[in-house]
Design a protein around this ligand. Structure first.
Ligand SMILES: [Zn+2]
Length: 230
């Protein structure tokens, strides 16, 4: 332990850890995000209310019980920098760390008190191979760890390798992700309360399709937790 911390100190002199948002050198005991960036981080209070930006946008599209986004995307370029790092620069530690922060927040809410299992929004196997990882899995790992809940990354999969959603219209996005997901073993989730986790919520088309599939195939209750809402 002592040797490890000497080594870590030595490495951190050569390569000091930087804030994922502003890239200033982190001070002792700062983790991933510096104190200044943390102060300005647009953290939502969605976890306190059943009606919020997430549940309103999913109304009539998916039968969800509760929903929350930890951060707001538009208010701050801080969040943009964090998401970029998580999504394109493979910094899985940031995802797990923010997942833990989100999980601690959700623990304070009555709406997430009876969650049975945390499930990340799956990527299609081919896409995961190309990217090398699924960023939602890291967020889900952090949430599960903070809430002391089991994590299931195996029994809910993406069966349709959809094209990217970014250049599609709202209607096209909904068609594109229809029947994109499937439960491998529906009995695993039967009568459970599932917390479905994703990174960024835009139109909600993808997470709505996933939540519908879970509810229909597994007769379970679904709530959603996304790291940031755009
Ligand atoms: Zn910073």
């Amino acid at each position: 332990m002592q040797i490890k911390s000497y080594w870590e100190s030595f490495v951190s002199i050569l390569f000091p850890p930087l804030c994922v948002s502003c890239e200033n050198v982190l001070l002792y005991q700062e983790e991933f995000i510096c104190t200044t960036c943390r102060f300005y981080l647009p953290i939502n209070d969605h976890y306190l209310f059943k009606q919020n930006g997430i549940t309103r946008r999913l109304l009539g599209k998916a039968p969800i019980d509760a929903g929350a986004a930890y951060l707001s995307f538009s208010k701050s370029s801080l969040v943009q920098a964090i998401i970029h790092k998580l999504k394109y620069r493979k910094d899985q530690r940031v995802g797990k760390y923010l997942g833990r922060c989100f999980g601690i927040q959700l623990l304070a809410s009555p709406f997430y008190a009876n969650i049975d299992v945390v499930v990340p929004l799956p990527l299609h196997e081919k896409k995961k191979q190309i990217r090398g990882y699924n960023q939602s899995e890291y967020i889900a790992q952090g949430i599960a760890e903070a809430m002391s809940l089991p994590l299931n990354q195996a029994d809910f999969i993406r069966v349709k390798n959809t094209e990217t959603q970014t250049k599609k219209s709202r209607v096209e996005r909904y068609d594109n992700v229809e029947n994109a997901f499937s439960c491998v073993k529906p009995s695993v989730f039967e009568n459970k309360h599932i917390l479905l986790v994703d990174d960024v919520f835009t139109t909600g088309a993808t997470i709505a399709s996933a939540a519908r599939t879970l509810a229909e195939q597994c007769h379970c209750k679904v709530s959603v937790a996304v790291l940031a809402i755009a």
